[in-house]
Design a protein. Structure first.
Length: 395
């Protein structure tokens, strides 16, 4: 008797692409939406219970972004490290551990180390996930889905805004950190099962010739400087938005939910802005996004009602990841032969701004007993970035 032959139908490319995309989105939700940005809704809880000053809060945020910058620089100057198979799981474990550790200590040094190394992990994983998911979607014929990847950041932000108030009621600020860490572990496991790696590695440039790389980066230097000022400005809202809303007496109890509005606005923004860019052009669309974000930041200087707070939250959430998606796409277009290096360079520029922004804003907020001046500083920085985009002739 002949052995019964079974035919194994290979999975449809669309299903594979969807799994890869969802896995990548969950990865960004873990390392960016929670690992980096859960600090924002938990910050006012730490200030309430521990008496933390704005300067200390800004310093912790700055250390996280310094770690992010360090990770981006490593990706830029040593791209061969990105090909190590152990790097992604190690960075993921580091991100999860540092999130959990934030709730397990009250020592400022422990927080500083956690935020710094969490930032390193998030930068490495941001570059790795962007490169791998983008490359796999292109091979499967679904490269046009790539912008949706960055909606994972908004998903993590919205989750943290929803869950932190509940965790705080049950276990306080430290329980909020540990609870979000556990949520991150669960999401990471689901994401890993959906977007599991194949034997193929990301196609990241590892050119060793410094001259051609330095020459090619000239194509994105002005874009990078504009991105620096975007990082310098947007990060003030990204760090202090919930703390700012918590200072409005009639809105204190719903402050964390402003972060939900940010996350929900961020999710579709990574599809909307690229769609608009295909119709208006990338330059006009980036300028529009920059100015809309600056408007929301400046409105927040006098926000005293639910309507104005929601406007500030939605314009912020609806633009910051869209700007990331547009900038990285434009960088990839300009350096198609070294897309990974372009992403790392632009991320490093962004990272420098993120390091400076919260430190300056926190110090100014303590010095002038409020956030009006820090927000004016932030809005002006974003406007200046928009002017640099207007001056960039390489679009």
């Amino acid at each position: 008797m002949d052995a019964t032959k079974t035919t194994i139908t290979p999975p449809h490319p669309e299903r594979v692409a969807l799994r890869v995309l969802l896995g990548g989105m969950l990865g960004l939700a873990v390392v960016m939406g929670i690992g980096r940005f859960a600090f924002t809704p938990i910050l006012p809880l730490m200030q309430r219970d521990l008496g933390m000053s704005h300067a200390v809060a800004g310093g912790l945020a700055g250390l996280n972004y310094l770690g992010y910058l360090a990770g981006a620089i490593v990706c830029t100057v040593a791209p061969r490290l990105l090909l190590l198979r152990i790097l992604a799981p190690a960075a993921l474990l580091l991100s999860l551990a540092t999130t959990l550790l934030m709730g397990m200590t009250q020592a400022e040094l422990g927080w500083e180390l956690s935020r710094f190394w969490g930032g390193v992990a998030s930068a490495i994983l941001f570059v790795l996930i962007s490169a791998e998911v983008g490359e796999r979607l292109m091979r499967l014929g679904y490269g046009h889905w790539f912008g949706a990847l960055y909606g994972g950041v908004g998903t993590g932000i919205a989750l943290s805004g929803l869950l932190v108030p509940q965790l705080d009621r049950l276990w306080g600020w430290d329980g909020a950190w540990i609870g979000m860490g556990i949520v991150a572990v669960i999401l990471a496991l689901i994401g890993a099962s959906l977007g599991h790696k194949t034997s193929h590695v990301p196609n990241i440039s590892t050119a060793t010739s410094a001259a051609p790389v330095a020459s090619s980066l000239r194509a994105v230097w002005l874009l990078g400087v504009a991105y620096f000022f975007e990082g310098l400005g947007y990060i003030v809202s990204a760090t202090f938005m919930v703390a700012i809303v918590a200072q409005i007496p009639q809105l204190t109890r719903v402050a964390a939910y402003s972060w939900v509005a940010v996350g929900l606005a961020a999710i579709p923004s990574t599809l909307f802005w690229p769609w608009l860019a295909h119709r208006l052009g990338y330059k006009k669309t980036l300028v529009l996004a920059y100015f809309l974000q600056a408007t929301g930041i400046l409105v927040s200087t006098s926000a005293d009602s639910l309507v104005t707070v929601l406007f500030a939250a939605v314009t912020f959430g609806g633009t910051f990841m869209g700007i990331v998606a547009l900038t990285l796409t434009e960088g990839k277009r300009r350096l198609e032969h070294a897309a990974g290096r372009a992403a790392a360079f632009l991320t490093a520029c962004f990272g420098v701004g993120q390091v400076i922004g919260p430190v300056v804003a926190g110090a100014l907020a303590d010095m002038y007993a409020g956030f009006t001046l820090p927000l004016l500083f932030a809005g002006g920085s974003v406007i200046f970035g928009a002017l640099l985009i207007l001056a960039d002739r390489r679009f």
